[in-house]
Design a protein around this ligand. Structure first.
Ligand code: PEP
Ligand code: MG
Length: 748
């Protein structure tokens, strides 16, 4: 391999590669021609192409210089041997003495023991790992920086060719990209099943011309596109409504957009023969590979910015904007790396499902998906690389599984499952107007949780008696600035109207922990779940709390009003918060406004401490609502957002149930109304256990009301209580098995 390669050598090679793409040869022939071309042009004894057979396995697909018999026989796992390591890390490996390199795996069928020097570079396209390109030679020498660079440029062209399907089919076992079924195992963001077609939030940019004839034209194109990009970022920055944080992010964007190094690297790629688009992608791939290696969260964010800018630049170059002209299918399943709650709300209920590569159960997008009852799977890694607009897709939100381009058999059994669920829904619908009365005559009030105007139609549809928890923070989370009092008053008033006289418990703003308002300075807290959140923020910065209370009072007019405060940990907090309500009532009255005829002020019990508050607190509170999601995490000291520990402790753990029963007893002693509004209230077995230990009000997502009611109506509550008591007296850790065994003996 000559050490000095001129730009024109490189351009010549790329053009010949492009000619291979243009000829009518079959996939395997093309690969063979290409390895020969590269070896010849670079003057190296071996050139081999390894491509992914499946996401975990690489296969030697063509070689010049190694034994031909090894082609399609030699395979290695991702991370295995030098080739596997190049693929995993997305970074080149260059060594003069491959056999002594750490991780080297000897593959006798290839005859590679003859070759000492090894240079492998990833074939990747914007973070999508496609394979590895390797050159080897007998002489023990390290390849120069120039040679590595030249090979990377070639690999970029191969990546585009692979993406365009140049090597597929032809009985070589390499299926075309984006054609095979793929299963993604992620996590549940929102339960439910959906079948539909992929709708990419950010469609893939297709590059059809990786190689360019005229570098000068390409350099003009890239300079012009970068110019347009710079102006657009500057325009964004000059907008007046920006707050400090948004400005900071955009400043980082501007720094990258104006970075000389970035443009220079892309110009160098072009000089080697790449088109402007391929040059952007080459640098973007390098950024993504670096991104995966960086442990520092701040730096990763900045690299994300650069990634985002590259996408914008590609769109400018190709003219493929967000609006690619593609038509949204009738049954769209949104596929995205991540999405903000506002954007998700814009799509609204027309989405059948949502699949994200990132996100978390507690993310705002997940909260919105839950509020809209759209099945959602998060952490479906690499799905944006695999999915194409219009691909068939099945989303199993219960299992956190996604089938992309499913086989017929998979689709059929999935449909059976959905049909069974639909049948069950019909059965639940027939119970809508019946009470949740148990066989021994105890009636449990079932309410629903809500947070958006869009939830309200479910109130009538689900048969809920009212809204037991209205999470007001969603209105704050989906905006870019603090909503105004009048806006909120209008919204609350519409909520009350839609409730048609049914009670609605408005929970005041519950922010902090994972719910960060885009326009509030983020707190750098070591443990935000136990930090400055919910009522703590409300009491320390009472301006927003007071504004919200005024909006609620004005929205009510004369109608009854029910307000509850989140995360009350001690009596004093409740007294102070309640004082704000009374003062605002007084103020509104003195301004001559009408005020609610009936007012209820309640507290959410989300920390164990409140269960031991003085009697006076229980007497003063008009009602108490158990926020089981938080209460459980603090009872067991197990983070509700941490998948590892979240499921470790059963809600039906005897200690937890006994603790809940203690709260029931305290409320009974003071005559305080009690309800439970955490997610567990919507799980039928849990709901039954809560009812059995004395709770009479449960609030849950609307879809859970049917299943919970159906179960309650078929059991005798006193018997269930006896089962629980017996299990506890026998020292059971959790009463679940006993309850399940007993339920199995009960009729339909
Ligand atoms: C809870 O903690 O159970 C609750 C209902 O509040 P959130 O889930 O909004 O924290
Ligand atoms: Mg809570």
């Amino acid at each position: 391999m000559p050490t000095e390669r001129s730009d024109s050598d490189s351009r010549k090679l790329l053009r010949r590669l492009r000619d291979v793409l243009g000829n009518k040869a079959k996939g395997q022939d093309r690969l063979d021609q290409i390895t020969k071309l590269i070896a010849g042009s670079l003057g190296t004894e071996v050139c081999s192409i390894y491509l992914f057979r499946d996401p975990e396995t690489l296969e030697l697909c063509a070689t010049e210089g190694l034994k031909k018999a090894a082609v399609h026989q030699t395979r290695m796992k991702l991370g295995e041997g030098l080739v596997g390591r190049v693929a995993r890390n997305g970074l080149p490996i260059n060594t003069a003495d491959a056999p002594s390199e750490k991780g080297f795996r000897y593959m006798p069928e290839t005859g590679e023991e003859l070759f000492s020097a090894f240079l492998g570079v990833p074939i990747q396209r914007v973070g999508e790992k496609l394979g590895v390109l390797v050159v080897q030679s007998k002489a023990a020498r390290a390849y120069s920086e120039d040679e590595i660079y030249a090979l990377e440029v070639v690999a970029m062209v191969l990546a585009e060719m692979t993406e365009l399907g140049a090597f597929a089919g032809d009985g070589n076992g390499m299926g075309a990209l984006h054609k095979q079924p793929v299963l993604f195992r992620g996590e549940t963001g929102q339960e439910g099943a959906a079948e539909g077609r992929v709708w990419l939030h950010e469609p893939r940019v297709v590059v059809t011309n990786p190689v360019a004839d005229d570098p000068l034209t390409e350099i003009d194109r890239i300079r012009e596109a970068v110019g347009v990009l710079r102006v657009s970022v500057d325009d964004l920055l000059s907008a007046e409504s920006l707050d400090k944080d948004q400005k900071q992010v955009l400043e980082a964007y501007r720094m990258f957009a104006h970075s000389r190094g970035w443009l220079r690297r892309m110009e160098e790629d072009i000089a080697q023969g790449l088109s402007a688009e391929a040059a952007v992608e080459k640098e973007q791939s390098a950024t993504r590979a670096r991104l995966e290696q960086v442990p520092d969260a701040y730096l990763r964010e900045r690299l994300h910015d650069l990634d985002d800018l590259s996408n914008r630049l590609l769109r400018i170059l190709t003219g493929q904007g967000k609006d690619t002209g593609a038509e949204m299918p009738d049954n769209p399943v949104l596929v995205a790396r991540n999405i903000g709650p506002g954007e998700l709300l814009e799509y609204g209920r027309k989405l059948k499902g949502v699949v994200l590569e990132e996100g978390s159960v507690g993310s705002h997008a997940a909260i919105v998906a839950r509020a809209l009852a759209i099945p959602m799977v998060i952490h479906a890694e690499r799905i944006t690389n695999e999915a194409l607009n219009g691909n068939p897709i099945l989303v199993d939100g219960d299992q956190g599984v996604v089938h992309l381009r499913p086989e017929d058999t998979v689709a059929r059994s999935f449909r059976d499952k959905v049909a069974m669920q639909a049948k069950a829904m019909e059965r639940y619908a027939s119970l809508r107007d019946l009470p949740a009365t148990t066989k021994d005559g105890v009636t449990i009030s079932l309410h629903m949780n809500a947070g958006l105007m869009a939830d309200l139609p479910s109130l009538i549809g689900s048969g809920a008696e009212g809204v037991g928890l209205f999470r007001t923070e969603l209105q704050f989370l989906v905006r870019n600035q603090m909503p105004r009092r009048e806006e909120l008053a209008q919204l609350y008033s519409r909520v009350m109207e839609a409730a048609q006289g049914r009670p609605v418990a408005f929970r005041t703003l519950d922010i902090g922990s994972d719910k960060v308002l885009p326009y509030m300075k983020p707190q750098d807290e070591p443990n935000p779940a136990m930090g400055w959140r919910a009522i703590r923020v409300g009491l320390d910065k009472p301006g927003v709390l007071r504004m919200q209370l005024q909006a609620l009072i004005r929205a009510s007019g004369e109608r009854p009003l029910s307000i509850m405060f989140p995360f009350i940990s001690e009596q004093a907090e409740f007294l102070e918060a309640r004082g704000h309500v009374l003062r605002e009532m007084h103020r509104e009255k003195s301004l001559g406004h009408v005020v609610p005829k009936a007012l209820e002020i309640g507290a959410m019990l989300e920390t164990p401490s409140l269960a031991y508050a003085p009697d006076a607190f229980f007497q003063l509170a008009d009602f108490i609502s158990i926020g089981g999601n938080d209460l459980k995490q603090f009872f067991f000291a197990a983070d509700r957002e941490n998948e590892r520990v979240r499921k470790r402790y059963d809600t039906l753990n005897a200690s937890f149930l006994t603790f809940l029963q203690f709260i029931v007893a305290r409320c009974a002693a003071s005559g305080t109304k009690l309800s439970f509004c955490g997610e567990d209230a919507g799980r039928p077995i849990e709901a039954l256990a809560f009812a059995a230990i004395g709770m009479r009000n449960l609030s849950m997502r609307p879809a859970s009301i049917g299943p919970v009611k159906a179960l309650l109506r078929r059991v005798n509550l006193a018997e269930a209580r006896a089962v629980i008591d017996k299990a506890r007296s026998e020292g059971a850790e959790t009463v679940r098995p006993a309850l399940m065994d007993w339920l199995a003996t009960q009729g339909e």
